[in-house]
Design a protein around this ligand. Sequence first.
Ligand code: ASP
Length: 581
Amino acid sequence: MRAFERPFCGSLRAGDIGKRVELVGWVRRRRDLGGLVFVDLRDREGWVQVLFADALRTQAERLSGEDVIRVVGTVAARSGGNVNPDMPTGEVEVAAEELELLRAAETPPFQVEDRDNASEELRLRHRVLDLRRPEMMRNLALRHRVTFEIRQHFHEHGFLDVETPILTRSTPEGARDFLVPSRLTPGSFYALPQSPQLFKQLLQVAGVGRYMQIARCFRDEDLRADRQPEFTQVDVEASFIEEEDLYALIEGLFARIFPLAGIQPPATFQRLTYRDAMERFGSDRPDLRFALELIELAPAAATCAFEPFRLAAASGRVKGLVIPGGAAFSRKQLDELSELVKPFGAPGVVWMRRTTEGYGSPVKKLLGDEGIAAFLQAAAVAEGDLLVVVGGAPKVVFAALGALRIEMAKRGGLITPGAHAFGWVTDFPLFEWDDETARWYATHHAFTSPNPEDVPFLESDPGRVRARAYDVIMDGVELGGGSIRIHDAELQRRVFRVMGIDDETARRKFGFLLEAFRFGAPPHGGIALGLDRLIMLMAGRDSIRDVIAFPKTTAGNCLLTDAPNVVDASQLDELKLSLKS
Ligand code: ASP
């Protein structure tokens, strides 16, 4: 039998009964029972029970976990009581006729399938063994099928898959670059791409028209739980398009890939402006699986006796959240609400409720029953529910109530298991002000086109300029984002200037883009989807490391290869580098 004609151990089914098969794989478990030896033989697709009798028994008795063997045998039906409905191959077993030990294994540092008894550190160090777990193999297989469909989708829409350089110049996505010293030009450095942003735009000026790439990107950031220093992005760019073209393209893509994980997205996703997302849900990637919207309380707050609310109503926001059934919260639960919002810069929450005993609130003395009633009425709070109010700077109020909204939905069981909500968030602000450095930054990136209606305010009121940028979200997670780009060198320079990048600096850093724009730049735009996170969600995992074959720890280390690591002095010499001690 030729190698690629062999069935996988894990793919044998009742339909294979009677077939003579050759199997190769790893010994998952061996049991010696009543004169027979049973071996669970594992491969990428799962495992199947193999039976060794008679002459093969003695040889099989010597097998141990993770030994690599080849077996020839006949697929047989398991007798009635031995059928195992919990495993895909549970209706069959293979009666071995030949056994060859291809390579014996030493005792592994942990049992491959016993995930709970080995720390993640140990499993990352022995990633090879960890990947042997059927679940990990399923994740890799899902990733393969999804990327295959992605390529197919874009191919069918006339996109070309074009590779862009890894050794390149800094791309301004706003993170720190990984640098690679150049040996041939000592003292000079390449930057690893934070994204192929500039190249995909240059490809549009070149006339490629429709570009896609499953691109590796690198950002030297302090890592959070679901970030990796290198990650994969489905990178897309096209010419002569508008937002609607892109939305339809990505909705079509999702309709194609999500069913691979048993999820059926709607044909079109709901739309939400950034402003609405913030005002109604307190987040630019709201979880739309449940309502629980923030309620505007500025009118009630403006005339109330509680000064912090009056001030916030005048210069910030006063907003509330109605927690169903919250009127019954214990003192401890009420105190906890304040603890939940403190990490977001809010001093705490003010709660208000009406029960059979009358009105209740920590500010009741100050506001009186009437004052409390005004708030409860404004928020249409029913008896039994609790109103939680936060006042302050908009950023703080949104973050605090946005987080509380999610937490309360989780605790209150407001998220239907298996439900999903997809959406587009549009009309992001083009710039964000940073107090620390006292300058404007691009919310998306510097190449995003302003909304033409707002261009007159670029210099006079940058904060009000909307961007032609969009994010695609699912269940409170940002899956990707993109924008229609600037394709006019002069407008690009104006945008740079707002961000404090003068013409000379712009020429030095992005001269090649500005120059390309001089010779016929088509209108263009694109998007990038975070592939790792997408697969993680599809696979129903909560660690991104479960869907990357060789991931790094949150400290940026590869425990398998022990990278990063020191290099020889001679290598530094060649690069004309010396280390500061
Ligand atoms: N380059 C952007 C990013 O990596 C996405 C885009 O604008 O297409 O986030």
